[in-house]
Design a protein around this ligand. Structure first.
Ligand code: HEC
Length: 275
Protein backbone atom coordinates (compact mmCIF):
# COMPACT_ATOMS: atom_id res chain seq x y z
CA UNK A 1 0.00 0.00 0.00
CA UNK A 2 1.37 3.31 -0.94
CA UNK A 3 -0.18 6.61 -0.13
CA UNK A 4 -0.62 9.25 -2.80
CA UNK A 5 -0.67 12.06 -0.31
CA UNK A 6 2.64 12.76 1.33
CA UNK A 7 1.06 13.41 4.72
CA UNK A 8 -0.62 9.99 4.88
CA UNK A 9 1.28 7.02 6.25
CA UNK A 10 4.46 7.39 4.22
CA UNK A 11 5.96 4.87 6.63
CA UNK A 12 3.95 2.03 5.13
CA UNK A 13 6.05 2.06 1.99
CA UNK A 14 8.92 0.43 3.86
CA UNK A 15 9.34 -3.14 5.06
CA UNK A 16 9.11 -4.51 8.58
CA UNK A 17 12.63 -3.36 9.31
CA UNK A 18 11.76 0.19 8.34
CA UNK A 19 8.77 0.03 10.66
CA UNK A 20 10.95 -1.13 13.51
CA UNK A 21 13.39 1.69 12.88
CA UNK A 22 10.51 4.11 12.58
CA UNK A 23 9.22 2.83 15.88
CA UNK A 24 12.58 3.47 17.47
CA UNK A 25 12.80 6.97 16.05
CA UNK A 26 9.20 7.73 16.78
CA UNK A 27 6.50 7.50 14.13
CA UNK A 28 5.95 11.23 14.39
CA UNK A 29 9.32 11.87 12.80
CA UNK A 30 8.45 9.48 10.01
CA UNK A 31 5.26 11.09 8.79
CA UNK A 32 6.82 14.48 8.40
CA UNK A 33 6.04 15.77 11.87
CA UNK A 34 8.94 17.17 13.88
CA UNK A 35 10.36 14.98 16.61
CA UNK A 36 9.01 15.54 20.12
CA UNK A 37 11.23 17.88 22.07
CA UNK A 38 12.56 19.66 19.00
CA UNK A 39 9.80 22.19 18.37
CA UNK A 40 10.65 25.74 19.38
CA UNK A 41 7.85 27.70 20.98
CA UNK A 42 7.15 31.27 19.92
CA UNK A 43 9.27 32.78 22.69
CA UNK A 44 12.28 30.67 21.64
CA UNK A 45 11.72 31.50 17.98
CA UNK A 46 11.83 35.17 18.99
CA UNK A 47 15.09 34.39 20.88
CA UNK A 48 13.63 35.38 24.23
CA UNK A 49 15.33 34.19 27.38
CA UNK A 50 13.58 33.34 30.66
CA UNK A 51 15.22 36.43 32.16
CA UNK A 52 13.35 38.60 29.68
CA UNK A 53 10.05 37.62 31.33
CA UNK A 54 10.35 39.20 34.78
CA UNK A 55 7.51 38.43 37.18
CA UNK A 56 5.12 41.36 37.63
CA UNK A 57 5.54 42.96 41.05
CA UNK A 58 2.59 45.39 41.19
CA UNK A 59 0.38 44.73 44.21
CA UNK A 60 -2.67 45.24 42.01
CA UNK A 61 -4.77 42.51 43.64
CA UNK A 62 -4.05 43.85 47.11
CA UNK A 63 -7.69 43.93 48.22
CA UNK A 64 -8.44 40.46 46.92
CA UNK A 65 -7.85 38.07 49.81
CA UNK A 66 -8.97 40.38 52.59
CA UNK A 67 -6.08 42.76 51.86
CA UNK A 68 -3.45 40.46 53.36
CA UNK A 69 -0.01 42.06 53.52
CA UNK A 70 2.19 40.00 51.18
CA UNK A 71 5.93 39.90 50.53
CA UNK A 72 7.27 40.82 47.09
CA UNK A 73 7.60 37.13 46.20
CA UNK A 74 4.06 36.39 47.32
CA UNK A 75 2.74 39.31 45.30
CA UNK A 76 4.60 38.03 42.23
CA UNK A 77 3.19 34.55 42.83
CA UNK A 78 -0.37 35.81 43.10
CA UNK A 79 0.03 37.89 39.96
CA UNK A 80 1.34 34.88 38.08
CA UNK A 81 -1.61 32.78 39.28
CA UNK A 82 -4.06 35.39 37.99
CA UNK A 83 -2.56 36.94 34.83
CA UNK A 84 0.25 34.72 33.45
CA UNK A 85 -0.97 32.40 30.72
CA UNK A 86 2.37 30.91 29.70
CA UNK A 87 1.79 30.89 25.94
CA UNK A 88 -1.33 28.70 26.08
CA UNK A 89 -3.20 31.26 23.95
CA UNK A 90 -1.78 29.35 20.98
CA UNK A 91 -3.37 26.09 22.16
CA UNK A 92 -6.78 27.66 22.78
CA UNK A 93 -6.67 29.25 19.33
CA UNK A 94 -5.96 25.87 17.69
CA UNK A 95 -8.78 24.31 19.70
CA UNK A 96 -11.24 27.01 18.66
CA UNK A 97 -10.51 26.22 15.02
CA UNK A 98 -10.43 22.44 15.40
CA UNK A 99 -13.72 22.48 17.30
CA UNK A 100 -15.26 24.57 14.51
CA UNK A 101 -15.99 27.41 16.87
CA UNK A 102 -17.82 25.36 19.51
CA UNK A 103 -15.17 26.47 22.00
CA UNK A 104 -14.32 30.08 21.28
CA UNK A 105 -13.20 32.15 24.23
CA UNK A 106 -13.25 35.34 22.16
CA UNK A 107 -17.04 34.88 22.05
CA UNK A 108 -17.12 33.89 25.72
CA UNK A 109 -15.77 37.31 26.69
CA UNK A 110 -18.10 39.18 24.29
CA UNK A 111 -21.42 40.87 25.04
CA UNK A 112 -22.88 41.03 21.53
CA UNK A 113 -26.72 41.11 21.53
CA UNK A 114 -26.89 37.90 19.44
CA UNK A 115 -25.22 35.87 22.20
CA UNK A 116 -27.27 34.21 24.97
CA UNK A 117 -24.77 35.52 27.54
CA UNK A 118 -22.96 38.77 28.28
CA UNK A 119 -21.19 40.44 31.18
CA UNK A 120 -24.66 40.72 32.79
CA UNK A 121 -25.13 36.98 33.30
CA UNK A 122 -21.66 35.41 33.01
CA UNK A 123 -21.70 34.07 36.54
CA UNK A 124 -25.17 32.57 36.20
CA UNK A 125 -24.86 31.33 32.62
CA UNK A 126 -21.21 30.33 32.32
CA UNK A 127 -20.00 30.19 35.93
CA UNK A 128 -17.29 32.74 35.17
CA UNK A 129 -16.04 35.42 37.51
CA UNK A 130 -16.29 38.95 36.16
CA UNK A 131 -13.24 41.08 36.77
CA UNK A 132 -13.87 44.22 38.79
CA UNK A 133 -13.19 47.56 37.02
CA UNK A 134 -15.07 46.71 33.83
CA UNK A 135 -18.45 47.54 32.32
CA UNK A 136 -20.52 45.69 29.78
CA UNK A 137 -19.88 46.56 26.12
CA UNK A 138 -22.67 48.60 24.58
CA UNK A 139 -21.27 48.58 21.05
CA UNK A 140 -18.38 47.46 18.88
CA UNK A 141 -15.02 48.64 20.20
CA UNK A 142 -13.05 50.33 17.40
CA UNK A 143 -9.81 49.91 19.38
CA UNK A 144 -10.44 46.14 19.53
CA UNK A 145 -11.29 45.34 15.90
CA UNK A 146 -15.02 45.95 16.39
CA UNK A 147 -15.40 43.26 19.04
CA UNK A 148 -17.98 43.70 21.82
CA UNK A 149 -15.57 43.44 24.73
CA UNK A 150 -15.87 44.65 28.32
CA UNK A 151 -14.87 48.27 28.70
CA UNK A 152 -12.48 49.26 31.42
CA UNK A 153 -13.68 51.78 33.96
CA UNK A 154 -11.32 54.75 33.53
CA UNK A 155 -11.56 55.44 37.27
CA UNK A 156 -9.48 52.29 37.86
CA UNK A 157 -6.53 53.42 35.74
CA UNK A 158 -4.76 51.06 33.34
CA UNK A 159 -4.15 47.38 34.10
CA UNK A 160 -0.44 47.36 35.06
CA UNK A 161 0.18 43.93 33.50
CA UNK A 162 -0.84 45.14 30.04
CA UNK A 163 2.13 47.53 30.10
CA UNK A 164 3.85 46.64 26.83
CA UNK A 165 7.00 48.61 27.67
CA UNK A 166 7.64 46.90 30.97
CA UNK A 167 6.38 43.45 29.91
CA UNK A 168 7.11 43.49 26.17
CA UNK A 169 5.34 40.64 24.41
CA UNK A 170 6.86 38.00 22.14
CA UNK A 171 7.37 39.53 18.71
CA UNK A 172 6.46 36.89 16.13
CA UNK A 173 4.42 36.92 12.94
CA UNK A 174 2.07 39.87 12.55
CA UNK A 175 2.83 41.29 15.97
CA UNK A 176 4.23 44.78 15.58
CA UNK A 177 2.69 45.01 12.09
CA UNK A 178 -1.11 44.55 11.84
CA UNK A 179 -1.45 43.95 15.59
CA UNK A 180 0.54 45.40 18.48
CA UNK A 181 3.34 43.41 20.10
CA UNK A 182 1.53 43.93 23.39
CA UNK A 183 2.49 42.57 26.78
CA UNK A 184 3.32 38.95 27.55
CA UNK A 185 0.57 39.16 30.16
CA UNK A 186 -1.84 40.25 27.44
CA UNK A 187 -4.68 42.63 28.15
CA UNK A 188 -7.44 42.06 30.68
CA UNK A 189 -10.63 40.67 29.13
CA UNK A 190 -13.14 41.47 31.86
CA UNK A 191 -13.19 37.81 32.96
CA UNK A 192 -10.73 36.80 35.68
CA UNK A 193 -8.19 34.37 34.22
CA UNK A 194 -8.76 35.07 30.52
CA UNK A 195 -6.26 37.43 28.86
CA UNK A 196 -6.31 38.88 25.37
CA UNK A 197 -3.16 38.51 23.29
CA UNK A 198 -2.62 39.87 19.77
CA UNK A 199 -2.79 37.01 17.28
CA UNK A 200 0.52 36.67 15.37
CA UNK A 201 -1.41 35.04 12.49
CA UNK A 202 -3.55 38.14 11.98
CA UNK A 203 -1.63 39.41 8.97
CA UNK A 204 -2.71 41.87 6.28
CA UNK A 205 -4.78 39.22 4.48
CA UNK A 206 -6.60 38.26 7.67
CA UNK A 207 -7.20 41.90 8.50
CA UNK A 208 -8.84 42.45 5.11
CA UNK A 209 -11.14 39.46 5.65
CA UNK A 210 -12.01 40.38 9.25
CA UNK A 211 -15.62 41.48 9.78
CA UNK A 212 -16.65 41.69 13.44
CA UNK A 213 -20.39 41.73 12.74
CA UNK A 214 -20.14 38.59 10.62
CA UNK A 215 -18.08 37.04 13.41
CA UNK A 216 -21.14 37.35 15.67
CA UNK A 217 -23.94 36.86 13.12
CA UNK A 218 -22.86 34.75 10.14
CA UNK A 219 -22.36 31.05 10.93
CA UNK A 220 -20.60 30.34 7.63
CA UNK A 221 -18.11 33.03 8.48
CA UNK A 222 -17.48 32.22 12.15
CA UNK A 223 -17.52 28.44 11.69
CA UNK A 224 -14.85 28.56 9.01
CA UNK A 225 -11.68 26.91 10.21
CA UNK A 226 -9.76 29.38 8.06
CA UNK A 227 -11.04 32.33 10.05
CA UNK A 228 -8.12 34.19 11.64
CA UNK A 229 -9.21 36.29 14.61
CA UNK A 230 -7.31 39.37 15.79
CA UNK A 231 -6.80 37.96 19.29
CA UNK A 232 -5.89 34.71 20.93
CA UNK A 233 -7.11 34.12 24.47
CA UNK A 234 -4.75 32.91 27.18
CA UNK A 235 -5.97 31.08 30.30
CA UNK A 236 -4.32 31.53 33.67
CA UNK A 237 -4.60 29.21 36.67
CA UNK A 238 -7.11 31.63 38.21
CA UNK A 239 -9.60 31.03 35.42
CA UNK A 240 -10.61 27.80 37.16
CA UNK A 241 -9.27 28.55 40.60
CA UNK A 242 -10.86 31.93 41.36
CA UNK A 243 -14.17 32.10 43.17
CA UNK A 244 -16.27 34.29 45.39
CA UNK A 245 -15.37 34.25 49.04
CA UNK A 246 -17.80 31.67 50.49
CA UNK A 247 -18.09 33.45 53.83
CA UNK A 248 -18.41 36.88 52.26
CA UNK A 249 -20.28 36.25 49.02
CA UNK A 250 -20.67 39.28 46.77
CA UNK A 251 -23.92 41.22 46.96
CA UNK A 252 -24.16 40.98 43.16
CA UNK A 253 -22.20 37.99 41.82
CA UNK A 254 -22.20 39.48 38.32
CA UNK A 255 -20.42 42.55 39.69
CA UNK A 256 -18.05 41.30 42.36
CA UNK A 257 -15.60 43.57 44.12
CA UNK A 258 -12.34 42.90 45.88
CA UNK A 259 -13.50 43.29 49.44
CA UNK A 260 -11.05 44.65 51.96
CA UNK A 261 -11.31 43.25 55.44
CA UNK A 262 -9.40 44.70 58.34
CA UNK A 263 -7.36 41.89 59.80
CA UNK A 264 -8.38 40.94 63.30
CA UNK A 265 -11.80 42.48 62.92
CA UNK A 266 -13.34 39.11 62.06
CA UNK A 267 -15.31 38.24 58.99
CA UNK A 268 -17.82 40.69 57.63
CA UNK A 269 -20.72 39.26 55.71
CA UNK A 270 -22.13 41.08 52.75
CA UNK A 271 -25.85 40.39 52.97
CA UNK A 272 -27.38 39.83 49.54
CA UNK A 273 -29.87 42.51 48.55
CA UNK A 274 -33.50 41.94 49.49
CA UNK A 275 -32.80 39.73 52.50
C1 HEC B 1 -9.12 24.29 33.22
C2 HEC B 1 -9.30 24.51 34.64
C3 HEC B 1 -8.05 24.59 35.50
C4 HEC B 1 -6.94 25.36 35.30
C5 HEC B 1 -6.67 26.35 34.17
C6 HEC B 1 -6.07 25.07 36.40
N1 HEC B 1 -6.63 24.18 37.24
FE1 HEC B 1 -5.83 23.45 38.98
N2 HEC B 1 -7.41 22.26 39.24
C7 HEC B 1 -8.52 22.22 38.42
C8 HEC B 1 -9.44 21.22 38.92
C9 HEC B 1 -10.78 20.86 38.30
C10 HEC B 1 -8.83 20.66 40.06
C11 HEC B 1 -9.35 19.55 40.94
C12 HEC B 1 -8.91 18.24 40.34
C13 HEC B 1 -9.30 17.09 41.23
O1 HEC B 1 -9.50 17.27 42.44
O2 HEC B 1 -9.35 15.98 40.69
C14 HEC B 1 -7.55 21.33 40.24
C15 HEC B 1 -6.67 21.06 41.25
C16 HEC B 1 -5.52 21.78 41.50
C17 HEC B 1 -4.64 21.62 42.64
C18 HEC B 1 -4.86 20.64 43.75
C19 HEC B 1 -5.66 21.31 44.79
C20 HEC B 1 -5.95 20.41 45.97
O3 HEC B 1 -6.58 20.91 46.92
O4 HEC B 1 -5.57 19.25 45.94
C21 HEC B 1 -3.62 22.48 42.51
C22 HEC B 1 -2.46 22.70 43.46
C23 HEC B 1 -3.83 23.20 41.26
N3 HEC B 1 -4.98 22.75 40.68
C24 HEC B 1 -3.00 24.17 40.77
C25 HEC B 1 -3.14 24.78 39.54
C26 HEC B 1 -2.16 25.65 38.93
C27 HEC B 1 -0.83 26.06 39.56
C28 HEC B 1 -2.67 26.04 37.74
C29 HEC B 1 -2.01 26.93 36.68
C30 HEC B 1 -0.70 26.52 36.25
C31 HEC B 1 -3.97 25.42 37.61
N4 HEC B 1 -4.21 24.66 38.71
C32 HEC B 1 -4.81 25.63 36.53
C33 HEC B 1 -8.77 22.99 37.31
C34 HEC B 1 -7.86 23.86 36.74
Amino acid sequence: MRSQRSDEWPCTKGAALALTVAGALGLAACNGQPKPGTVLDEAMRAKRTAASFPAADEDYFHDMDGALPLTKEQIEGRNMWIVWTGGNDRLWDVLSRESLGSLDFLKTISSHPTLPYSRDNRWNYLGLVNEPCFKKATGPDPSHFGLWLDVRDPACGPDPFANADKYKGVQVGARGKTVPVGSYYGEPSGVVGLRLLPNPDFDEGARKKWDSEKYYRDATYYNSRNLVKPYRIGMSCAFCHVGPNPVKPPVDPENPRYLKTVRGAGYRFEIPKGE
